[in-house]
Write a protein that binds this ligand. Structure first.
Ligand code: HEC
Ligand code: HEC
Length: 396
């Protein structure tokens, strides 16, 4: 409902935003498309310092909200006329209400700076309900010249809210504040019992607001988003906002909306289709969202075990996907469990992937569960998805 309200607000501002679209074009993208000149004609009072959550800032941000129109369309090249509505910050604010997500946290009104999005494949978070939003800087475009590893403009912010049965738990923030591979800020905010605001929480929390939900300490974020000393993550840092994840026709930001709004350096409104039957797609997508942040072949991925469970945007043959090649009918490498293969076709009991997904750590079995962090509860739908896939695969 909040998302609907926000989108209506953004649409209402669309006509105004056209006037500022060229103005929003900025010469500072690293895309190399800059160089044109245009004259700022629109009236905008967007101000970096203001945090862009006010009504007026909203006018300018509707432009960015629709995907930074003009960033490539207008040829870039504003020579400094463009100001992002949300400034780049180097430290996480103390309160969620100060991060730019809400224009009015009391009424839970999402700022027009933030657009809702939903990856088509989701990370299981112990049955928590999650909502996600992105702020894309108006003055730049996403570099998607490599569709599998998008590079986001400095200033990008994304949030993910967790709730359980209507109780607000935590809202996480990832912000790119500089051009370096580690210039990302990770933060999480734990909601107060009344759901009025949420406080920056670095050391984690257990059983939040009367639920069984645990908040991870901030130093664990890098194990999936990267970089972390123990490895894990992907160079993009943003894990659910990319070509595979946004190739859907559902609500919120999609490949089509980004392309039509000129937010992508290489527009691609049609997006991509995961190969195979619905059973294949569900399994490959499950691994992509739940396992591939660690098990991937990028510079950030785990070196050991050498597994790659990532979908690639251009994948067109199930048997040539990384998950199929690395898992199906391959002997287990290191794990010492009651199973012989990573996945054994038509044999759930000998599929260690299934075994590790269907268990959680205990004193008896301390290092069993996958993923190893950020979950205490088995995902019944995820396990069923993989069982259904195993039933379709050839025997070893
Ligand atoms: C177990 C791995 C894992 C851990 C640990 C983790 N994340 Fe994520 N996160 C993901 C995945 C995968 C997605 C995308 C899929 C989804 O949202 O369901 C994601 C999505 C997000 C998003 C939405 C933007 C995006 O990247 O798609 C934010 C914001 C976020 N995480 C913040 C955090 C913060 C902050 C922490 C630490 C407190 C954290 N995450 C810990 C795996 C993880
Ligand atoms: C936060 C990072 C992370 C995530 C996410 C993750 N893993 Fe792992 N995985 C590891 C690490 C580290 C190891 C090596 C240590 C071990 O075996 O426990 C490993 C090992 C494994 C192994 C053993 C491979 C062998 O040959 O011995 C399997 C199987 C596995 N993971 C499956 C999965 C599956 C399936 C998922 C998703 C449902 C997943 N992992 C998600 C970090 C991760």
């Amino acid at each position: 409902m909040l998302r609907g309200m926000k989108r209506r607000a953004a649409l209402g501002l669309l006509s105004l935003s056209v006037a500022v679209a060229t103005f929003a074009a900025c010469g500072e993208d690293d895309s190399g498309t800059g160089g044109g000149t245009s004259t700022p004609t629109g009236t905008t009072t967007s101000s970096g310092g203001a945090g862009g959550v006010g009504g007026i800032g909203g006018t300018a941000t509707a432009t960015g909200g629709m995907g930074g129109m003009g960033g490539s369309e207008g040829g870039g090249g504003m020579g400094g006329g463009c100001v992002n509505s949300l400034p780049t910050i180097t430290a996480a604010p103390a309160k969620l209400s100060e991060t730019g997500l809400y224009s009015d946290i009391a009424s839970k009104t999402i700022s027009v700076d933030a657009q809702g999005f939903e990856p088509q494949f989701k990370l299981w978070s112990d049955d928590a309900t999650k909502q996600r939003w992105a702020y894309l800087p108006e003055c730049d475009v996403i570099d998607n010249s490599d569709e599998d590893n998008w590079s986001f403009p400095v200033g990008t912010r994304m949030w993910k809210e967790f709730s359980l049965n209507g109780v607000l738990l935590e809202t996480r923030l990832v912000h790119r504040y500089g051009p370096g591979t580690s210039d990302y800020l990770f933060a999480t905010y734990v909601w107060d019992a009344m759901g009025d605001d949420a406080d920056l929480t670095e050391n984690g929390a257990t059983d939040v607001n009367g639920t069984t939900h645990d908040v991870p300490p901030t130093n664990l974020c890098g194990r999936c988003h990267g970089p972390h000393a123990a490895k894990g993550g992907l160079p993009s840092r943003f894990l659910g906002f990319g070509a595979v994840q946004l190739s859907h026709s559902g609500s919120g930001v999609t490949m089509a909306s980004l392309s039509n709004g000129s937010a992508l350096m290489v527009p691609n409104a049609a997006g991509y289709t995961v190969p195979g039957t619905p059973t294949d797609q569900a399994a490959l997508g499950y691994f992509h969202a739940n396992c591939a942040s660690c098990h991937n072949d990028s510079s950030d991925g785990l070196l050991f075990p050498p597994l790659d469970m990532r979908l690639r945007a251009a994948d067109s043959d199930v048997t040539q996907t990384a998950s199929y090649l690395d898992l199906v009918n391959q002997l287990i490498g290191n794990f010492n469990g009651p199973c012989s293969h990573l996945i054994a076709g038509q044999d759930v009991a000998n599929s260690c992937v299934h075994y590790r997904m269907s268990n959680r750590n205990s004193a008896m079995a301390p290092n069993v569960q996958m993923p190893p962090i950020a979950t205490d509860v088995v995902d019944p739908t995820g396990v069923a998805t993989i069982e259904a896939w195993i039933a379709t695969l050839p025997m070893p």
